[in-house]
Write a protein that binds this ligand. Structure first.
Ligand SMILES: *Cc1c(COP(=O)(O)O)cnc(C)c1O
Length: 405
């Protein structure tokens, strides 16, 4: 096999199980491996590459900024951070933002904001604040994010975990209502659970959650790290239900597929709980990240990537449904955030992904049964048609294998 794969296997921690492909170059919706084989990227780095690989405007913006000023830390101001945060607040309807780098850090920021808000504004007694999450959630891999998870593997061997977190059934508004109590600081929720298997809650769930939170003086914090920035066919997935959360978490595509850029956004009275020294990050909001983030936002708006996501997502789901294969148990999604659930009696999602890789289509399983299809939002019909034909061939091959009795 390729020597860089061997080196990675020897020297890189085995905290992932990558498909055996070694990529060397990317452009738009395509990537190439070290042997020059071309692949259609239907994963786009868990939605971080929504703009497509090496978007010329992003490359230019980052190159220019890299030559001018990259990192100053927040010990000083820079001439790029203000314009970036003003634009992201304008586009999301939030008042203020706290820039970080990775998604998990922005989630931590949201948790800290919610807790301090509970003590200083809501009047919860010291160390009693509770945060409600959902079964099947994914908010990252820090200890607090893992404390919120109900996935045994994410917790096994990593305890003890901080207290103050509880989960309710995702999509069940009565369960949320029953869990809220005077110590509840926030409800943190994904509009669609991505890592959970592209799970879409009942229509109106976010609206109902927003109303419940408002009535009980609880912050509604929406984790749109994966669903935001056009992925589901609207600028934010919250926009499908006209919900404006009290706090919003962005990441992944915010860095234009070039840099890690994340943030927690909130109403002014929530963000105001932070005073100098409360929280920070050496790299958060650096000039290079701000230049990438601002250009990423302008491209999203000017190329109307959310509209393309809506149109191409509908087209992809329609074409997938035509496959009508006994190997496929369910097809679900919104915009270009699509899950194909494989019939577990027939094969695993991993096996399907490996067969697709052989045919030049890159995707990744989430859990044992779901193949995630989340290509860059710049994808067109011809590429979707090609992708669906590859999926057809793979599920047809599986269907040839007789069912084990
Ligand atoms: C990816 C993801 C995170 C974590 O982001 P990282 O950048 O990997 O730390 C958190 N929440 C959601 C919904 C995500 O999809």
């Amino acid at each position: 096999m390729d020597s860089s794969l061997d080196l990675e296997t020897q020297y890189c921690a085995h905290n992932y199980h990558p498909l055996p492909v070694v990529l060397a170059r990317g452009e738009g919706v395509f990537v190439w491996d070290v042997a020059g084989k071309k692949y259609l990227d239907m994963m786009s780095a868990y939605s971080a590459v929504s703009h497509g690989h090496a978007h010329p405007r992003l490359v230019k913006a980052v190159q220019e900024q890299a030559a001018r000023l990259t990192i100053v830390s927040r010990a000083f101001h820079s001439d790029t951070l203000g314009p970036f945060l003003a634009r992201v607040c304008e586009l999301t309807g939030q008042d203020m933002a706290l820039p970080m780098n990775t998604g998990a850090e922005a989630v931590e920021t949201a948790i800290k904001a919610a807790r301090k808000w509970a003590y200083t504004v809501k009047g919860v007694a010291e160390n009693q604040a509770e945060i409600i999450g959902c079964d099947g959630n994914f908010h990252g891999r820090t200890i607090a994010a893992v404390a919120m998870s109900d996935e045994p593997q994410y917790q096994q061997g990593f305890g003890p975990f901080p207290p103050g977190f509880l989960n309710v059934e995702y999509g069940n508004i009565d369960a949320l209502a029953a869990a809220i109590n005077p110590n509840t600081a926030a409800f943190i929720v994904e509009p669609i659970q991505g890592e959970g298997g592209i799970v879409i809650p009942p229509r109106g769930y976010l609206q109902d959650a927003a109303r419940l939170c408002r009535e009980n003086n609880v912050l509604l914090i929406v984790d749109e790290i994966q669903t935001g920035l056009g992925r589901t066919g609207k600028f934010l997935a919250c926009d499908h239900e006209g919900v404006k959360p009290d706090g919003l978490i962005l990441g992944k595509a915010l860095g234009g597929g070039i840099l890690p850029v994340s943030m927690f956004l909130a109403r002014r009275d929530v963000m105001d709980v932070f005073t100098p020294g409360d929280h920070g990050s050496t790299f958060g909001g650096n000039p290079l990240a701000a230049a990438a983030g601002l250009e990423a936002l302008e491209i999203l708006v000017e190329e109307d990537l959310a509209a393309n996501s809506a149109e191409m997502g509908d087209y992809l789901i329609e074409r997938l449904r035509e496959l009508d294969s006994p190997v496929i148990r369910d097809i679900r999604g919104k915009g270009l955030f699509v899950g194909v659930e494989i019939e577990p009696a027939r094969t695993s999602a991993r096996t399907v992904c490996e067969a697709l890789m052989e045919r030049g289509l890159l995707s990744k399983e989430t859990h044992a049964t779901v193949v995630r299809l989340a290509p860059p939002l710049v994808i067109g019909k011809a590429e979707i048609d090609w992708a669906v034909e590859q999926i057809r061939s793979v599920v047809d091959d599986v269907d040839q294998v007789p069912l084990a009795s």
